[in-house]
Design a protein around this ligand. Structure first.
Ligand code: GLU
Length: 477
């Protein structure tokens, strides 16, 4: 029997995955190390007077790679935040941005806090103070470092951060580009909230466009009717599940949440379950499905696609062997440890890796940042002009149909659909779809072209590392 391996830390796990890919590349050892290491991690401990006493909080902002600036990555609020985690997540941001060609280096921030333990006013004071500490060190800045939401944060926190930056930089015309994921009425962009979940959907659609890849997972056909289990019905898991169910015909048979799991072989009504969770704080008591006390067991259940969309390290040495799903798409960052990755690969499980799968968030963040720097909503200039040109075609077709009489007419609904120029949401979705397709194709090309590349993760790392290396080389480093 083999001796039980110890699980490495999250950062070590990301580094091990990096090393597997780097070993197959022709990088100089110096450059390999330069790309792998995290450039800096700033730790701040600050006090906020709340509930009659000084409360001290610990926060981090880690910058992994500055081969492109600004650096980009979310800010997480959780009691589990620590330096190792922030550095692992910052590294993943570098690789993710490179893979999907978002022109950023990688960064990540975290505040060690239970956001549910504080009310809104208190959270605002804490967030503004944390932002102040980061802004004065250029760790939040439109041209240097641009945060975004992550676990435990959302539009509200991003608005506080943007406002705090604007107060401290009153003459910066690009102030709003200092953070992404803002509310729409505060410099945000349509489709950012759904973006990561939408990206999961586009990634799966692209995967299923390649029968050879689908067969590698022992599956066949399309997404229609596929049995899916989702872990975590937060922003990412909820949107992914909802879109896959409503638009692709996938059947969500299991949902795992912090208080247990819900299983229903005929499919769970995701909207109803989400509403239940929002009202009751968990899945327990939801009537339309079987409640499973030990929700983590659902990760091992029989299904076609498993979507871990919550925390890192949920598939690890203790359960990897038991995971039955032939296809796993990593909606969370780092849900599979490097040891588990090895076990799953040996079993033939196909894994669509985090650095690609959950890049939808940062892709739409990129669009938001560009929108902020351009100071104009996408589509504002061309939409009506596009409609006017389409009108010309419709007029000609109408003339033709009159001439042909009953012999020919436009299909019902064609006119309305064709006439409408694209609004911002449609443009964002189109840009995201294109990004997810292109990045997948780049990854699969390496996967299939090279006999020494066994899996999509290694392929993804190779594509990403090659881009970062090229950027360093062109700087003469
Ligand atoms: N926190 C998200 C991620 O892990 C989004 C980052 C961003 O938009 O900058 O990818």
């Amino acid at each position: 029997m083999s001796t039980p391996q110890a699980e490495p830390s999250f950062r070590q796990s990301v580094d091990l995955m990096f090393n597997r890919a780097a070993a197959l590349m022709d990088l100089s050892p110096g450059l390999e190390q330069k790309i792998r290491v995290c450039n800096s991690t700033y730790t701040v401990r600050f006090g906020v007077r709340l509930r009659g006493q000084m409360q001290t909080f610990t926060g981090y902002r880690s910058v992994h790679s500055e081969h492109m600036e600004p650096v980009k990555g979310g800010i997480r609020y959780s009691l589990a935040v620590n330096q190792d985690e922030v550095e692992a997540l910052a590294a993943l941001m570098s690789y993710k941005c490179a893979l999907v060609e978002a022109p950023f280096g990688g960064s990540k921030g975290g505040l060690c806090i239970d956001p549910r333990a504080w009310d809104e006013d208190e959270l605002e004071q804490i967030t503004r103070r944390f932002a102040y500490e980061l802004i004065k060190r250029d760790l939040i800045d439109p041209s240097q470092n641009v945060p975004a939401p992550d676990m435990g944060t959302g539009e509200r926190e991003m608005a506080w951060i943007a406002d705090q930056y604007a107060r401290m930089n009153t003459s910066d015309i690009n102030a709003r580009a200092c953070v992404t994921g803002k509310p729409l009425n505060f410099g945000g962009i349509s489709g950012r909230v759904e973006a990561t979940g939408r990206g999961i959907q586009y990634a799966l659609r692209e995967f299923f466009r390649h029968p050879e890849d689908v067969a590698a997972a022992g599956l066949a056909g399309s997404l229609d009717g596929k049995r899916v289990i989702v872990q975590g019905l937060g922003n990412v898991g909820y949107h992914a599940a909802k879109f896959l169910q409503a638009e692709d015909g996938a059947r969500i048979i299991g949902v795992v949440e912090h208080d247990g799991g819900i299983f229903c072989d005929t499919g769970i009504d995701i909207e109803a379950l989400r509403n239940w969770i929002l009202r009751h704080g968990g899945v327990k008591g939801f009537a339309d499905g079987e409640f499973i006390e030990n929700g983590a067991k659902l990760l091992e259940a029989d299904c076609d696609i498993l979507i871990p969309a919550a925390l890192e390290g949920v598939i690890n040495l203790s359960n990897a062997q038991k995971v039955q799903a032939p296809l796993i798409i990593e909606a969370a960052n780092g849900p599979i440890t490097s040891g588990a990755d090895q076990i799953l690969r040996a079993k033939g499980t196909v894994i669509i890796p985090d650095l690609y799968a959950n890049a939808g968030g940062v892709t739409v963040s990129y669009f938001e940042w560009v929108k902020n720097l351009g100071h104009i909503r996408f589509g504002r200039l061309q939409r009506r002009q596009e409609e006017a040109r389409h009108q010309l075609v419709i007029d000609e077709l109408d003339r033709l149909s009159v001439a042909l009489g009953d012999a020919w007419s436009l299909s019902p609904g064609f006119k309305e659909k064709y006439l409408r120029g694209a609004d911002e949401l449609e443009l964002v979705r189109s840009g995201l779809d294109d990004t997810m397709r292109t990045a997948y194709q780049a990854m699969r090309e390496v996967w299939h072209a090279r006999a020494d590349v066994e899996d999509l993760r290694t392929a993804g790392f190779i594509v990403a590392i090659e881009k970062i290396a090229a950027s360093y080389r062109s700087k003469g480093l």
